[in-house]
Design a protein around this ligand. Sequence first.
Ligand SMILES: [Zn+2]
Length: 67
Amino acid sequence: MPKCTFCGNSIERSTGKIFVYASGKVINFCSRKCEKNLLQLKRKPLRVRWTEDYRKATKKDQKNVKK
Ligand SMILES: [Zn+2]
């Protein structure tokens, strides 16, 4: 399963969207929310609170999730 480039959630088969830049770089989106945040609003995942990158960067999920 591919992961959403923006929020980091795994994408179910036959859902989401694959976006290909003219340069050939491929990114995946789980929802229009993520697509809009990255392409239109040009937000960085590290600066958006609901993404996995943000949680990893701030280490806020370490207390709740034990692997
Ligand atoms: Zn997403």
